[in-house]
Design a protein around this ligand. Structure first.
Ligand code: ADP
Ligand code: MG
Length: 212
């Protein structure tokens, strides 16, 4: 059975739950090398999405991503708001006219992640959410090409996301507020990479149980 935006309200609930459950730990990371508002920014965005969740559930995926991206854009200040909005609006564009099986979605996601790189003028290795998003998008494409079963794909994405977030610990930040600290940004996982990982794991859990 194809996954449709009907699952969206459940996804938003899962994202709110995982960010709330990890709020203190992530804020600690963000206070170490950022300005400490990252969790608040995400929570604002997720609350706004929850308000529109039923409306979004009735759309098709490209329309849903467009609406999700616009909602995030208007609700969230900060770098992460505009970068996630770029990702989601990018998905709306890149999924247009594609059949959204795993293969099609993985291609759309890679293009959307490319848009985030351009928007933030950043790439992997700069201690940002891209250190999670890029390897996850690449792993998804590889698993799609290998025709892996959904539980296998989701397990791989959880693992790659966790490795990507952890890898930011020893990186020097060269983008965003943490870059002001230079070498002193070393030793802490990037907050935006951590929340990207947490959200991917939460989405994987919802999809796992939806497919079961
Ligand atoms: P702000 O940095 O404006 O306070 P947030 O605190 O919500 O916004 O988000 C910070 C996170 O955004 C960082 O931890 C990092 O992962 C991500 N980030 C910041 N700048 C960039 C960039 N240029 N490209 C990709 N991600 C970035
Ligand atoms: Mg911040």
């Amino acid at each position: 059975m194809p996954i449709t935006p009907v699952i969206f309200p459940e996804l938003v609930r899962a994202l709110i739950a995982v960010i709330d459950a990890n709020a203190d730990a992530v804020t600690e990371l963000d206070q170490a090398i950022g300005d400490g508002d990252h969790v608040f920014n995400l929570q604002r965005g997720l609350q706004a999405l929850q308000q529109h969740a039923d409306e979004i559930a009735a759309l098709d995926w490209p329309q849903a991503w467009q609406k999700i991206g616009m909602t995030v854009m208007s609700a969230v200040g900060g770098a992460s708001g505009s970068l996630y909005a770029t990702l989601l609006i990018g998905l709306a564009k890149s999924s247009q006219g594609k059949s959204l099986n795993v293969q099609g979605f993985s291609e759309a996601l890679l293009q959307a992640v490319e848009a985030v790189k351009q928007r933030g003028k950043a790439d992997v290795g700069e201690k940002t959410m891209l250190d999670v998003l890029v390897p996850v998008a690449q792993a998804l494409q590889a698993e799609a090409a290998a025709n892996s079963a959904l539980p296998t794909i989701l397990a791989r994405l959880r693992q790659v996301a966790a490795e990507g977030a952890e890898a930011t610990r020893d990186m020097v930040a060269t983008k965003g507020r943490a870059s002001f600290l230079g070498e002193r940004s070393k030793g802490h996982v990037d907050a935006g990479a951590k929340t990207a990982q947490l959200m991917i794991a939460a989405i994987a859990d919802v999809l796992d149980s939806a497919a079961a």
